[in-house]
Design a protein around this ligand. Structure first.
Ligand SMILES: [Zn+2]
Length: 425
């Protein structure tokens, strides 16, 4: 018998999300293959998975120091949130209420609201306060089953405030039991001070901020908001080229409101992922599939902003894309970090199957953040990140529309959520 630190056993199902397969799941057949082990168990040693199989077999093969009885519940990989904006100083519930009463987003923006309001609030907030805010956010994220989180700056919009945002992220991530993938998003909006000097701001991003962020190793990715009203195709291309020169991987917010060519730019620039894509048409979808760019779809944002166009997820899957879903957690357009809700809307709004939605918040989301070999599946040799949900079948995750069924969370072999509460491990 081999020794294990922890055995999670007695699961109705262990959803491995096709463990052992390399890379993301592209297209319909792969995205519908979850690799389910019925009556399964997972053995963990040194923070890594050392065995997956039927509970009887795992019990016979491993002597466990500790056991976690899933008691007939379903076990899945820790969820991966591939797109969030958690570094903000205050919520924008006031704007939400105004929008509900009929004011338009544009009118609120013109009156100093939106991203620029977040930037103003962040400017006067000390780094320590941002760290405390992020620690609270990370607790919420973990309680919803997310063990890997992509996190963007982008409410700074000055060199100093962007560095402060990313430093706070690094500091908060140091002690939190989850994997944070930091993304520099200095090109989130044109700051008010540069309203008539677009080119000067783009140069500040490409020539000052990107080199400094890369030198301090504050980010893995660089993102840009490529959209009418934000940054043009040319500006976005310049920003992503500068990022590449300094060793940052590319992401693009593209085609949120219409087909502005953002998806094709993502393909041309060999970005790792392209996000939103509500307006992306057939040519853009073909380009994404050919270039192997991961489409990251954000259905909570579509609903929250009542966006007229939704991403054509079915066409993307059928074109052979490795579609991912993410929360877009942020104070303006998606104030939730609940990936089960995102998966539910992936099915009910975007037309994915339950299996595709689960793949989209695990294996394919891991590919979107460059961690295909480390997150998003339960496989021997990989970090042991998994969740136990209070249901017999994984279908409950997208079916129970926003109910948080996450009961236990194991991260790198430590139990960090137990019976729905944060646990010291
Ligand atoms: Zn976003």
């Amino acid at each position: 018998m081999r020794a294990a630190d922890l055995v999670v056993e007695g699961a109705s199902q262990v959803v491995t999300v096709a463990a052992g397969r390399a890379g993301p799941a592209r297209g319909r057949a792969a995205m519908n293959d979850l690799g389910v082990v019925e009556h399964g168990a997972v053995a963990i040693r040194g923070g890594k998975v050392v065995g997956v199989g039927p509970t009887d077999d795992v019990r016979r093969a491993f002597r466990a120091k500790r056991r976690l009885d899933a008691d007939g519940r379903c076990v899945l990989p820790g969820f991966v949130d591939a797109h969030t904006h958690p570094v903000f100083a205050r919520w924008r519930d006031d704007e939400f209420a105004r929008r509900c009463r009929g004011e338009s987003y544009e009118a609120i923006l013109a009156a100093g609201g939106g991203i620029l309001a977040s930037a103003k609030a962040l400017e006067g907030t000390p780094e320590g306060a941002l760290v405390s805010h992020l620690e609270a956010v990370f607790d919420q994220v973990l309680l919803h089953g997310t063990t890997t989180l992509e996190a963007k700056s982008g409410y700074g919009l000055t060199h100093e405030a962007e560095v402060k945002s990313l430093s706070a992220l690094r500091e908060a991530a140091r002690s939190a039991p989850l994997t944070v993938v930091p993304t520099f998003l200095g090109a989130h909006a044109l700051p008010a001070a540069y309203a008539n000097r677009r080119a000067a701001y783009v140069r500040l991003v490409t020539d000052v901020m990107i080199p400094d962020v890369a030198k301090r190793r504050l980010a893995v990715f660089c993102d840009v908001f490529c959209e009418v009203g934000a940054f043009t195709i040319r500006e976005s291309a310049a920003i992503l080229r500068a990022a590449k020169r300094h060793g940052l991987l590319g992401k693009i917010h593209a085609d949120e409101f219409g087909d502005s060519g953002g998806a094709r730019l993502a393909a041309r620039m060999k970005a790792v992922s392209a996000e939103h894509l509500g307006g992306t048409g057939p040519a853009g979808i073909r380009a994404l599939a050919r270039a192997g760019v991961v489409p990251v779809l954000l259905p909570t944002t579509s609903i929250f902003l009542k966006l007229p166009k939704k991403a054509d997820a079915r066409a993307m899957v059928d074109a052979g894309c490795a579609v991912a879903l993410a929360s877009d957690f942020n104070p303006g357009s998606s104030p939730t970090a609940n990936l089960s809700l995102v998966a539910a809307l992936g099915c009910s709004i975007l037309g994915l199957t339950p299996e595709e939605a689960i793949t989209a918040i695990t294996r394919n989301a891991a590919a979107a953040v460059g961690l295909s070999d480390r997150a998003g599946s339960i496989a021997v040799g990989r970090p042991a990140d998994l969740v136990v949900v209070d249901a017999v079948s994984y279908v409950a995750v997208p079916y129970r529309l926003g109910t948080n069924l996450v009961r236990d969370v194991v991260r790198h072999g430590d139990v960090v959520v137990r019976d729905g509460r944060r646990h010291a491990g």
